[in-house]
Design a protein around this ligand. Structure first.
Ligand code: RFL
Ligand code: PHB
Length: 391
């Protein structure tokens, strides 16, 4: 088989890239290891930055987002027993949209299917070769187990943090930057109306808690736990009582409990590789960088990478101009490092570090009080949270 671009991975990054390239008339093969049903149901991010929302509208994918997404103009920082609202829209003129990542994934899959653009689900044994030539090759087995070979002009590694694209780069081809955090998030989805109209990021001596949502009927919440925590040790009752302790206020906040539909534990890590390219392999999204979820940046960074990459590949493959492809990594890494810093900052300000001493604890509370009381500090947080402009 011969194609222009092989995209590995049908998460938000791979699906969006395939959609944008095919809309420009490029020939794409899109490969995904998991099944269609699994990908459509995989529960992850909830917050879309303003630039993400604008891009999805611009490319004709804003209809369901605007009908079902929840526009939020602020969120609460909860500490010392009370709420301190970060007025996102008042401070920046922008807002965020609570719209689940799996809804964006569904919209992108539906858009592919409506146009008759194939996605190969349940492929296995994907391997890359010839990345430093101008004719890279991808070998894989299709859903029926038959071996396939594709010769391409470019391979886009959009296969997430545990994919095969990044490890396919020979030793010395990339430099990695890594930070592990001494905690994880236990996330739940509950069949109960949210207990607050806005997100609540709570700092508590027992650990961080986040109250979020997916719809007027579905609550999403997270608890800071130890990295080696076992899900089996967390009964529904224990989860609700811990959430209610950490989200307690001096006012009359009450948590709406309900059946838990999903529970999972996610370790927290920061990781970046430089450059986001090796020869004809371009890395995008979680394949190139991950952030701890506290700043709600991972999916939004993936979207930002793809906006830059899609233009670069159209220029390269349709107009034989390599300028944007050459600057792809540098352009993206500026935004990536801003988001890495913001995510680290939100994480450090809000979590209880088991290794921190009382001095660090006092610094953390001081930072929270400053953010809550200074318009300048709150504006800095808000402009990062709603998303800095793409360009
Ligand atoms: P994905 O979504 O991991 O997709 C990669 C795809 O590649 C497939 N794959 C392969 N396919 C073929 N061959 C192989 N060898 C393959 N290996 C893997 C996988 O099956 C998958 O379909 O990466 P992508 O597209 O870069 O998207 C990144 C986002 O998923 C991620 O950054 C966000 O979910 C992070 N994140 C959040 N981001 C936000 O912007 N806002 C949030 O509010 C937010 N909250 C979160 C989050 C991530 C979380 N977890 C579970 C890590 C909350 C949580 C709890
Ligand atoms: C979510 O709703 O899943 C969510 C919201 C905000 C975050 C992370 C996750 O910072």
């Amino acid at each position: 088989m011969r194609t222009q671009v092989v995209v590995i991975g049908a998460g938000p990054a791979g699906l969006l890239l395939s959609y944008l390239l095919r809309s420009e008339g490029l020939d794409v093969v899109l490969l995904e290891a998991r099944s269609r049903e699994y990908v459509r149901k995989r529960m992850r991010a909830g917050v879309c930055e303003q630039p993400t929302v604008e891009l999805l509208r611009e490319i004709g994918l804003g209809t369901r987002l605007d009908a079902e997404g929840l526009r939020h103009e602020g969120f609460s920082l909860r500490f010392d027993g009370s709420d301190h609202r970060v007025a996102l829209t008042e401070l920046t003129g922008k807002a965020i949209m609570v719209y689940g990542q799996q809804e964006i994934v569904k919209d992108l899959i539906d858009a592919h299917e409506a146009k008759g653009w194939p996605i190969e689900f349940e492929v296995s044994g994907v391997s890359l070769s010839g990345l430093d030539t101008d004719r890279p090759r991808v070998d894989y087995r299709d859903v029926t187990g038959v071996s396939q070979v594709v010769d391409a002009d470019v391979v886009a590694g959009c296969d997430g943090f545990h994919g095969i694209s990044r490890p396919a780069v020979p030793a010395g081809g990339l430099r990695a930057f890594d930070r592990q955090y001494p905690f994880a998030w236990l996330g739940v989805l509950a069949q109960t109306p949210p207990s607050s109209e806005e997100l609540i990021y709570a700092h508590h001596e027992r650990g961080f808690a986040l109250h979020s949502m997916r719809s007027p009927e579905l609550t999403r919440a997270y608890l800071q736990v130890a990295p080696d925590e076992k899900l089996a040790d967390w009964s529904d009752d224990r989860i609700w009582s811990e959430l209610s302790l950490r989200l307690k206020t001096d006012a009359d906040f009450s948590l709406h409990e309900g059946p838990l539909l999903d529970k999972s534990i996610t370790p927290m890590r920061s990781h970046v590789v430089e450059p986001m390219r090796y020869g004809r392999l371009f890395l995008a999204g979680d394949a190139a960088h991950i952030v701890p979820p506290t700043g709600a940046k991972g999916m939004n960074l993936a979207v930002a990478d793809i906006r830059v990459l899609s233009r670069a590949l159209v220029e390269l493959l349709q107009h034989n101009s390599s300028e944007l492809a050459e600057s792809y990594s540098d352009t993206c890494l500026k935004r990536v490092w801003r988001a890495e810093h913001f995510s680290w900052y939100m994480t450090s300000m809000l979590h209880v570090d088991p290794d921190a001493d009382v001095f660090q604890h006092r610094l953390q509370l001081s930072q929270l009080r400053y953010t809550a009381s200074s318009r300048a500090a709150a504006t800095s947080l808000a402009e990062n949270y709603v998303g800095l402009p793409f360009a």
